[in-house]
Design a protein around this ligand. Structure first.
Ligand SMILES: [Mn+2]
Length: 368
């Protein structure tokens, strides 16, 4: 029996410091939205499944699960991404299944529906998105990120459920509605989504959905430890040393409640060191400090080019900080691409974070 999920409840209301968040455009319930996508899929002849650039375990997992599920129903499906997935996800059986979109070369003939997973921001799916729209192909987002106030709004009929802890959870619900019988391949992909975005069930949004879904998937995924290993045990000794050097650069302020993590290009451009997309690991380590309520990582991507990642404990909302820099993400984990000098950006970020954390004036300048 299907348990009652919280997605049928109204989407989260904006908190007092989130006045910029737009109200949901549609009053359709989660179930109605899901039903409408199921109907569209049942009518489709050929569907494109895609995800955001720099695809991750959640987007790729949801995409792969739907790909195999639709094929089981006899619906043609293709996975078309805007860049090549990292080789570390090949354990899902991705080899040769994901096409990388090349304008003018990748054929979109005969496609009547496109589903974009794990983002509702079309800018992260360019140039594929523009091509789909130019060709009048119905394109919907299936996602769990808040809709950004200052970004292009997702197309009507998209499914954006911010209560879901992973996009895989939405894929799971869709496949069940479609009547797809789970199998080892689909379960592995969905389980990957689930454990990737919840960080092995640490961030489950106070909802039993992730655990209930896992219980069902584990009837088919017989080696979950393999998935954990592929996703979370990917270090080498030299990478661990790079992590240690990076942790030594962390600055703490506001009574050790704010952590600032510099991640210079020299650290992630040398083979063997941490990789660019492993900045999240650095933040994870810093968040293990009990006093740290909010952490920012400033990754140097090029001359005066930076990627900011923000994370908080779950009581301080960092999405608005990312949005103030033109970025987006989740309420408690967000990011933005920044241009400027390291020192100026560092100061600006720290000012904004220290403003989030109320501190007593005596300890305001406390160091590490
Ligand atoms: Mn996700």
């Amino acid at each position: 029996m299907e348990h009652q999920l919280q997605h049928d409840a109204p989407p989260e209301t904006p908190s007092s410091n989130r006045t910029s968040r737009r109200p949901p455009r549609k009053l359709c319930s989660f179930t109605q939205m899901l039903d409408s996508i199921v109907q569209k899929l049942q009518k489709a002849r050929c569907v494109i499944l895609s995800t955001h650039r720099h695809s991750d375990g959640d987007g790729l997992g949801a995409q792969t699960a739907l790909f195999h599920g639709l094929r089981k129903l006899g619906i043609k499906a293709r996975m078309v991404n805007v860049d090549r997935p990292s080789a570390k996800y090949s354990f899902m059986g991705l080899d040769g299944t994901v096409e990388v979109f090349e304008p003018g070369r990748t054929s979109l003939d005969g496609i009547d529906l496109a589903l974009i997973l794990d983002t509702n921001d079309c800018r992260l799916v360019e140039p594929l998105y523009s091509e789909l729209i130019t060709r009048n192909i119905e394109t919907l987002f299936i996602d769990h990120h808040p809709i950004l106030a200052n970004a292009p709004q997702p197309i009507h009929d998209s499914l954006v459920a911010v209560g879901a802890a992973s996009t895989g959870e939405l894929g799971f619900r869709l496949l069940k509605k479609l009547g797809v019988e789970l199998d080892a391949q689909i379960a592995r992909a969905l389980y990957t989504s689930l454990v990737f975005d919840t960080h092995l069930f640490r961030y489950v949004k106070s909802d039993p959905a992730s655990h209930l879904m896992a219980a069902e998937l584990l009837k088919y995924e017989r080696h979950p430890e393999e998935v954990h290993h592929h996703l979370f045990s990917t270090y080498t000794v030299s990478k661990m040393n790079s992590l240690m050097r990076s942790l030594a650069r962390v600055e703490y302020s506001a009574d050790n409640r704010v952590a600032f993590i510099p991640f210079p290009a020299s650290e992630h451009s040398i083979p063997g060191n941490l990789e660019r997309d492993e900045s999240g690991d650095l933040i994870d380590h810093v968040m293990k400090i009990g006093s740290v309520e909010v952490a920012a990582l400033l990754r140097e991507d090029g001359p005066e080019q930076f990627k900011l990642s923000l994370r908080s404990r779950g009581n301080l909302e960092v999405l608005s900080v990312a949005e103030s820099f033109g970025g987006g993400g989740h309420k408690y984990a967000s990011g933005a691409y920044l241009t400027g000098t390291y020192e100026n950006l560092r100061r600006e970020v720290l000012e904004k974070l220290e403003r989030l954390v109320p501190t007593s004036p005596i300890n305001r300048s406390a160091g590490p």
